[in-house]
Design a protein around this ligand. Structure first.
Ligand code: NAP
Length: 286
């Protein structure tokens, strides 16, 4: 069994929820998993408890609330009563207290700045903070796929999350990176409290990975380093995050991701890459 490395969180969004990937992760020293109330058609929590209930105490477990089943589809809501009910249900279904609960994609119900939207975000955050105080989760945070509408809704009255989870990596987009960094600044979060997600944009077979070689962004790249490993390592600096939630059902892939951690991103080249993205975004806005 390897020494544990907290920089990788095994994300279960696309997972088959097989026990073998969880035992494989533990063998490799990966002890954090991330799931959600709505994953696996709203059955992720019960499946985890059934398949690997005995293993859960060995993991740090994060999950998310914000999507609810309604008439055969998922509906987003920031209603504090629904969030609290989802937290109660999460505790029952997992048969344990999650270490972290994230407010899931709050931007889905807050597309623009209005006073009402600012208040709705405040109430939703307060509902999670209260639930944490009541022992329904160890801590609370926010996970946002598209944080662009959020910075203008955050002010000093809003409870401060312990963790912010945002998209990370070469495909995240300059405006998403900027909004993520603005949020982390507003809440005074350290890089350790900012988690990246989806370093391959969910699809490592996307043709973009054949056209862009991420190894140019690694300062000590050698022949052993594969392009996807370089993309993964680079994501820790776009934006600067302490850990990354990445999905895989294959222990061999997880091992490759762990091996990638020994390489160092080239900060200067990444700065130039961001500058290029900014200039391109500026031209598109003209
Ligand atoms: N809004 C939100 O809160 C939100 C949204 C999206 C994601 N997330 C979090 O981020 C996690 C990861 O996101 P994601 O699964 O969408 O995207 P991802 O991590 O970018 O991509 C996952 C895909 O990468 C493949 N992969 C992983 N390691 C690989 C390797 N070494 N070589 C080749 N392929 C590899 C996996 O396939 P194999 O199974 O074949 O390895 C899987 O299909 C989620 O599970 C969730 O925890 C959160």
């Amino acid at each position: 069994m390897r020494e544990s490395d907290s920089r990788i969180v095994l994300g279960l969004h696309r997972s088959r929820y097989e026990r073998r990937i969880l035992t494989g992760a533990l063998d490799l020293g990966i002890t954090a998993i991330d799931t959600s109330f709505n994953y696996r058609g709203f059955t992720a929590h019960t499946t985890l408890a059934d398949v690997a209930g005995d293993l859960l105490p060995r993991f740090t477990l994060s999950t998310k609330v914000g999507f609810f089943p309604t008439a055969g589809r998922a509906e987003h809501s920031l209603d504090p009563a629904r969030l609290r009910a989802a937290l109660d249900r999460t505790n029952r279904d997992l048969r344990c207290v999650p270490d972290l609960v994230l407010l899931h994609n709050p931007e889905r119900s807050l597309p623009a700045y209005t006073t009402a939207n600012r208040d709705a975000l405040g109430r939703a955050c307060a509902a999670l903070a209260t639930a944490a105080q009541a022992g329904l989760c160890g801590a609370w945070g926010i996970s946002s796929w598209d944080p662009r509408p959020l910075p203008c809704l955050v002010d000093a009255t809003l409870p401060r999350p312990a963790v912010l989870m945002v998209r990370a990596g070469l495909l995240a987009g300059i405006d998403v990176l900027a909004a993520s960094e603005a949020l982390a600044d507003q809440w005074g979060l350290t890089p350790d409290q900012v988690w990246g997600m989806s370093p391959f944009g969910g699809d490592p077979t996307d043709p973009v990975w054949g056209r862009l070689d991420p190894r140019v962004f690694i300062s000590d790249a050698d022949n052993a380093l594969a392009a996807l490993q370089a993309a993964f390592r680079t994501a820790f600096r776009l934006p600067e995050v302490g850990r990354i939630a990445v999905g895989t059902d294959k222990p061999s892939h997880l091992r490759e991701l762990i091996d990638a951690l020994r390489y160092e991103p080239d900060v200067g080249r990444l700065r130039s890459y961001r500058q290029l993205l900014r200039e391109r975004a500026g031209r598109q806005a003209d």
